[in-house]
Ligand binder design. Structure first.
Ligand code: SF4
Length: 485
């Protein structure tokens, strides 16, 4: 006689299927899946050896990640890790701290894959799940908020102000701690969810409150002290606003944060041309950038001498603005603030040059690379190295002016499809491929900030547009691949 001893799986979100493993005299026979409606007659209780496991649909796979290497894609379903079901972000983070993982995945055709992964304990798989986003919204009203500077008419998600601790652990986003309840702080400490990335902006609590438009901003150090006592690793960021939290205020902030955290990134405020009726802010000039670099590099030498780590780092934009070369690769220690654009150019260059050395046979081709104004010279330099190694290849660099957000915005991550089409229509021909920087797309998608897709750019320009990796080695490899066929 066949008895149903164990329910296997349920499907995420609104649809539930229930699977049974069928046993006869203790021997496994087969798995059976039933839609919920058909399964209602079964008594769902542990007393009957029946329980429901959660499944989690993958909604995005990061480019260059372990998950991509494993050929996982959006739409696959995570069933378990190391034989354990995953209930929520806390479970997921817990398992990510392991170095050896056995991941069970269901592909869209119901095929089950078991994948063994060996990784560093702080390495991510590069998967995004729906459970990584909750509805936690920001309760601040920052004077420099980028969301407030978006033009009207974009997709709804671009107007959402997230400040979600769970996304911070899952995706590395920065959070402000102003909307955390005590019970959540307890949970973070209990589950040792670390590293934590925190937007500080100022260690002067009156100034922090003013900059963030929120009284709760004043409670920062109470929470930081608790995390510090619990030995959680903290990384901080400061969005520097001219005449507000710079100068001696910045010295005060660096001095107070240094004993508590692992690193601090200083990034310049981003100002678009859509700031009507917002707090008046001024962009940094070349001279300002030079002063900030001198100030922060002074701190770096002092801190390095005292305990061996620099702690405070400047984003690459400061050096571009100052017209100075970015520091060398080994100046960034273990690159603790890459997501803030700190050391990105040095790392990119290093990886690119390593990959170029590998050589390869190519056939005559012309390829195009799109970049923002800030990285224009940098990309020219790398393209020159590439064409010296592969003389068959011609590279056209297209520096896109940011008409969409305003000409003060020069970073490649804010290039829009609309600007690319408007500025390149009829001007690109005979290209084997046109590379558009990966950071100009919503993570794991083909959508650009203005809502234009990669496919729309391809069609409008009549070229093969490709998402060019944010990793130097991978971009070089992509260029070699299109150059050899
Ligand atoms: S924390 Fe400040 S900058 Fe971030 S979304 Fe909220 S208001 Fe905007």
């Amino acid at each position: 006689m066949i008895s149903c001893e164990k329910i296997l799986r349920t499907v995420h979100i609104d649809k539930i299927r229930i699977g049974f493993q069928a046993y006869q005299d203790g021997d496994f026979l087969s798995s059976i899946y039933l839609p919920l409606a058909s399964a209602r007659g079964f008594l769902l209780s542990k007393a009957h050896g029946v329980y429901i496991m959660k499944e989690h649909k993958i909604i995005a796979v990061a480019s260059g990640s372990i998950a991509q290497e494993l050929e996982l894609t959006a739409g696959d379903v995570l069933l378990s890790i190391n034989g354990q079901e995953i209930n929520d972000i806390l479970d997921y983070r817990w398992h990510m701290a392991e170095e050896n993982l056995l991941i069970e995945i269901k592909k869209p055709d119901n095929e089950i894959w078991e994948l063994e992964v060996e990784k560093d304990s702080d390495e991510e798989l590069g998967l995004t799940f729906a459970f990584m986003s909750s509805d936690r919204r920001c309760t601040n009203n920052c004077i420099f908020c980028f969301v407030d500077q978006q033009p009207p008419g974009l997709r709804d998600s671009l107007y959402i102000k997230d400040d979600d601790p769970y996304q911070s652990f899952a995706l590395g986003n920065y959070i402000t701690l102003t909307n955390l309840r005590d019970v959540e702080i307890d949970q973070i400490i209990k589950h040792r969810l670390s590293p934590i990335r925190i937007s500080v902006h100022s260690a002067n609590m009156e100034l922090r409150q003013m900059m963030m438009g929120n009284k709760k901003a004043r409670e920062l150090f109470k929470i930081l002290d608790r995390f510090h006592k619990a030995n959680l690793e903290m990384h901080f960021q400061v969005v520097l606003c001219k005449g507000i939290n710079d100068g001696y205020q910045l010295d005060f902030t660096i001095g107070l944060l240094q004993p508590l955290g692992k690193s601090l990134a200083i990034v310049p405020v981003g100002l678009t041309c859509h700031r009507e009726s917002l707090y008046p802010l001024e962009g940094f000039t070349r001279e300002d950038a030079i002063n900030v670099i001198m100030q922060v590099e002074g701190w770096q030498s002092q801190l390095k001498d005292s305990d061996g780590g620099k702690f405070v780092f400047l984003s690459d934009e400061w050096y571009v603005l100052a017209g100075l070369p970015v520091p060398a690769y080994n100046a960034y220690e273990d690159f603790p603030q890459l997501d803030n654009g700190v050391g990105m150019m040095a790392l990119f260059e290093n990886e690119f040059l390593e990959e170029v050395k590998k050589g390869q046979k190519t056939t005559p081709k012309k390829i195009g690379i799109i970049t923002g104004q800030a990285a224009g010279d940098f990309i020219y330099k790398l393209a020159k190295v590439f064409t010296e190694s592969f003389p068959d290849i011609t590279i056209d660099i297209h520096v896109i002016r940011n008409d969409f957000y305003g000409h003060e915005v020069t970073v490649s991550g804010l290039i829009t499809g609309r600007d690319i089409i408007a500025q390149l229509k009829g001007k690109v021909s005979g290209l084997t491929a046109l590379f558009i920087p990966e950071n100009a797309f919503r993570k794991g998608t083909h959508d650009m900030l203005c809502g234009t897709t990669l496919e729309e750019v391809s069609e409008a320009l009549g070229v093969n547009a490709i998402i060019g990796s944010s990793h130097g080695g991978e971009l070089c490899n992509q260029m070699r691949i299109v150059s050899r066929n």
